[in-house]
Design a binder for this molecule. Structure first.
Ligand SMILES: [Zn+2]
Length: 76
């Protein structure tokens, strides 16, 4: 059975009730007996994704071109 949080506007107390979803919007009475209560939105746990993760860097490719001795005619 879902649980709902309420807050009393008379004394400011917060309390929770377990009730069927069909009665989710029914008025709740404060444990102190105050009828002036509001239903709070259930807090949703946010699984925090870390902001701006560092992208994995690629390993520098070994080898590669450039600087061969045959470029300038030394081999030819
Ligand atoms: Zn109250």
């Amino acid at each position: 059975m879902p649980r709902y949080d309420f807050r009393c506007r008379s004394c400011g107390a917060t309390f929770e009730l377990r009730r069927a979803m069909a009665q989710a919007n029914d008025p709740a009475v404060c444990p102190q007996g105050h009828p002036d209560t509001v239903k709070l939105l259930s807090t949703v746990a946010v699984t925090g994704a870390a902001s701006g993760g560092a992208a994995p860097r690629q390993a520098p490719s070994a080898g590669g071109g450039g600087g061969g001795c045959c470029g300038g005619g030394c081999c030819g």
